[in-house]
Design a protein around this ligand. Sequence first.
Ligand code: NAP
Ligand code: MG
Length: 482
Amino acid sequence: MSFMEYAAAPESTSILNIRPHYGLFINNEWVEGRGESFTSISPSTEAELFTVSEADGRDVDRAVTAARAAYDKVWSRMSGAERGKYLFRIARILQERAREFAVAETVDNGKPIKETRDVDVPLAAAWFFYYAGWADKLDHAGLGANPRSLGVAAQIIPWNFPLLMLAWKVAPALAAGNTVVLKPAETTPLTALMFAEVCQQAGLPAGVVNILPGKGSITGRALVEHAGVNKIAFTGSTSVGREIARSVAGSDTKLTLELGGKGANIVFDDAALDQAVEGIIQGIFFNQGHVCCAGSRLLVQENVHDEVLERLTRRLATLRLGDPLDKNTDIGAINSREQLETIHRIANTGEAEGAERWTLDCAIPDKGFWYAPTIFTNVAASNTIARDEIFGPVLSVLTFRTPAEAVTKANNSPYGLSAGIWTEKASRMLTVADQLRAGVIWANTFNKFDPASPFGGYKESGYGREGGRHGLAAYLAKGEGR
Ligand code: NAP
Ligand code: MG
């Protein structure tokens, strides 16, 4: 064995400066919430990381009032160029603290450091850079001259990409001239609380960004029901999304919903198969499958089914599951015990309904929440595992014979968020893409994100778009015209 075979040392948590307790961030100050404090744990070790205070209805009211005052007195009066400078500053600070943020996200969420370091944190910074550039160009957003901001935006985000989902929501809202009250997910508040520090470092005026940790049923509900909120942006489950839509019905609160998915990854027999295999893995095992736009349904042309499965399982055998701080780890921990139970429950219907299960043979750590990569073949379109979102590292494989059958099967879903197409034929790529009812379609790739590309769904995957100039429209009212 040569010394070159030693891998890089695992990332160290010693660079983290986690406080033992976090309060709420309101009006640029840390205050205690009136709800009950809760503890955030690391899903890979079950170690307790810190305690957080929870915002109740009165705290929500305080934060919305602060956001309103900041909007009226400062933020809505500032020039776009000046707002842009704050966003650039935030982006730069995220870059400077990138390593610390990557370790924090990995510890709090359980996802591999490889991903937080190369995807979550750099993309979060990219989102701020991108929207910083828009702040003084809103006349070009396609809404007429002088589009107006909306006021106070309530933003509720999930646990799967905590910092990145924050960036997707906060950056366009601020660029467009709104102020923000954001609730991170209960199991992953750390990077949102660290982001509050970034806002202080950037000198952001008080009240422009407020961060309220807490449970959905308490903090989240109080926030969406608050009469002072002008815009709600929600990313999460379809059931909660529906509840929020009902609660704002009849009011003039603007709403965007980014909900679940059951993305089809379609592999034709003429595809570059090794490349397709990488894309299948990226599609469903990236972030342990905790991805709304995951390619959780593999539709493979019948004549290459066995070949693709053979190459896929061979490649999967090289992946490593374990300590997410280890730079060689490909598959990290499941975010919570509750999510692990959901994955077990849905995946267990697979065999019961007649599908065949393949599970990666790998060691599972003693502590923490883990699920080995799993593939179901012989899946019928009517099976639960072909219809319900599992939100875990579980792939359901279906077959098709013709492009028309591939399209019909791909569209046979209550969701319509994402799809992937693998073919070397450009004409087939275009005709199939044109017939798919999915908001995002990847061509010979999967799970690639760019701040300039709009992202969002059809059907039960929600409505509204995030990213690009379309993402600004969600935070602006039409302008007066010339
Ligand atoms: P979730 O339960 O809907 O939670 C999402 C957020 O909403 C959390 O912050 C949650 O708080 C809060 N919440 C829960 N109930 C609420 C209520 N009644 N009123 C207001 N807020 C409430 O979803 P999840 O299980 O955390 O996330 C997984 C789901 O999100 C999946 O279905 C996935 O597809 C979807 N998702 C979609 C996208 C997208 O862009 N389309 C992206 C990521 C995830 P707690 O933390 O206390 O639960
Ligand atoms: Mg946690």
